[in-house]
Design a protein around this ligand. Structure first.
Ligand code: KG4
Ligand code: ZN
Length: 332
């Protein structure tokens, strides 16, 4: 089965052709991140305008590199949400137009579910898996029963973890996107120097909260000299990762899991991978290959294979959905 995947939820315009859910024939991506750098975060209107310019060239490149003809495609898949409404609309309109022109079925993909699927592209984690989506817009801990069946265990009550990395990075004078820059700065820092407290959410031990940690970084920075910034970065990073592993441990006490699966931009962080390997040596851990942590269309076309097999096609009036849960709600 050959699927063209299209991604345009935020500041990356991407297209990819994937065979049978795992074999990547091509991948093309255009990023507008450099435009947003001067604003310290994504400027939605500018991101949307760049999608308009980039969408067709990116799709054309993915097709050319794959060496297949559009007639060979079995479906066209597109991120339908969550994301910036204007950005989503551009990918959706392109996908619908091509579906009509080439007479192919359309598949709507949840971008966040696709982040979790990225780890399944080259591996077969055993179920049930404890799943983490750690991105710029989401922090989710899930019981993954199979690809397509998820139960929410905990999410953030305020900032997402990637957002907290970006904000902490800005406080420390680093440019957008701050996550990779903060990881680099932390490499030379002492993570015990600033004993920040892992955040707790009253009445919900599995929920996350990162805005207090970001404020703690701000207070520490105000009193510190730039020489201390690596220590602040390392301490922030350690506290955020301790928080994830504390909650993973709680979840694993309440139910048994055969693996842990990770997805989303923050999983690019090597320190995070080492942290989990060291905390949970007894349980196999599955991470996306590095290019698949951040936004891409490979994961969209990959997950679409499973939707295609279950006949989960979208109508041509499929709408963009800025908010879009894909899980069964939290257990009481
Ligand atoms: O998954 P993603 O590409 O986009 C969303 O769907 O949100 O995630 C982007 C987020 C940004 O907040 C970025 O700072 C963070 O992932 N990120 C990192 C690293 N690389 C990207 N955070 C920490 N360490 C990294 N190495
Ligand atoms: Zn994403």
């Amino acid at each position: 089965m050959l699927i063209l995947g299209i991604e345009s939820t935020c500041d990356e315009t991407a297209a990819s052709i994937v065979k049978d859910g795992t074999i990547v024939l091509s991948h093309s991506i255009a990023s507008s991140a450099e435009i947003h750098r001067q604003y310290g975060g994504v400027f939605p209107e500018l991101a949307c305008r760049r999608h308009i310019d980039a969408i067709l060239p990116v799709i054309a490149e993915a097709l050319r590199d794959s060496k297949i003809s559009p007639h060979d495609l079995d479906a066209i898949a597109v991120s339908k949400g969550p994301g910036l409404i204007g950005a989503l609309l551009i990918g959706l309109q392109a996908a619908k137009g091509l579906a009509i022109a080439w007479k192919k079925p359309l598949i709507g993909i949840n971008h966040v579910e696709a982040h979790l699927y990225a780890a399944f592209m080259s591996q077969n984690p055993p179920f049930p898996a404890l799943g983490f989506v750690l991105s710029g817009g989401h922090t989710l801990m899930l019981n993954v029963m199979s690809v397509g069946r998820y139960e929410l265990l905990g999410t953030t009550v305020d900032d997402a973890i990637g957002e907290a990395f970006d904000k902490a990075a800005t406080i420390l004078g680093l440019s957008y996107p701050g996550g990779p820059a903060l990881e680099k700065l932390a490499e030379t820092g002492d993570e015990k120097k600033f004993p920040f407290t892992p955040p707790k959410v009253k009445k919900n031990p599995l929920a996350f909260s990162f805005s207090g940690l970001k404020t703690a970084v701000l207070y520490a920075q105000k009193k510190a000299s730039p020489d201390d910034y690596p220590d602040i970065a390392a301490s922030f990073q350690k506290t955020a990762f301790d928080d994830l592993s504390i909650k993973a441990e709680l979840a694993m006490k309440a139910a048994s899991y055969r693996s842990i699966v990770f997805g989303g931009g923050v999983t690019n962080n090597q320190r995070l991978r080492d942290h989990f390997a060291q905390k949970f040596p007894q349980i196999p851990q599955f991470w996306p290959s590095f290019g698949l942590s951040t936004d891409n269309a490979i994961m969209i076309a990959g997950l679409a294979h499973h939707k295609l097999l279950s006949g989960d096609f979208a109508p041509l009036d499929l709408e963009a959905m800025p908010r879009l849960p894909f899980w069964i709600e939290e257990k009481e």
